[in-house]
Ligand binder design. Structure first.
Ligand SMILES: [Cu+2]
Length: 168
């Protein structure tokens, strides 16, 4: 990807982050930030990214990649994840970009099933935590409206990023 493309992606990540209030569920996390979902520059790239994120139930992971170049497989255990083993896949996604909604607490394990991409670090382990309920005095209608707005903004940003990925 060109430098310009990377900068635009970073900018869009920031835009998405700023549109989504931190206290409500439904935050979009662009996996790998400006790099998207690809063979990373180093083996700990996605680990390092995950460490900076607080991911809770109702949030979405956005994997930005081109169909056919990368994919996403999910495995149920750390052992399978560590071994990049596709013997027991629970989900597979291959039409990029992919948005995965996180509906359960606990560890989730994803990696790319193409070639040796997992072995060189295209893998993501993420811990999904329960989010505290909103304070009782929060007006429900306002919270719901905010959530709807966030979702729309996130989707719009995802479409923009996807278009950008195809263009560069
Ligand atoms: Cu890949």
């Amino acid at each position: 990807m060109s430098r310009r493309g990377q900068h635009a992606l970073l900018l869009l990540s920031a835009v998405v982050a700023s549109l989504v209030p931190g206290s409500t569920a439904g935050v979009y996390h662009i996996v790998g930030a400006g790099k998207g979902w690809r063979v990373p520059p180093n083996k700990t790239y996605y680990d390092d990214w995950a460490r900076t994120r607080h991911v809770s139930i109702g949030d979405k992971l956005m994997f930005l990649y081109r169909s056919g170049v990368h994919n996403i497989v999910e495995v149920p255990t750390r052992a399978l994840f560590d071994a990049c083993s596709m013997r027991n896949i629970t989900s597979r996604y291959q039409n990029g970009p992919t948005i995965i909604e996180l509906t359960q607490p606990g560890q989730r394990f994803y990696f790319c099933g193409v070639g040796e991409h997992c072995e060189v670090g295209q893998k993501l382990a993420i811990n999904v935590v329960l989010v505290a309920p909103p304070p009782p005095d929060t007006p429900n209608s306002a919270a719901a409206a905010t959530a709807r707005l966030s979702r729309r903004a996130g989707l719009a940003a995802a479409c923009l990023v996807a278009a950008l990925l195809m263009a560069v």
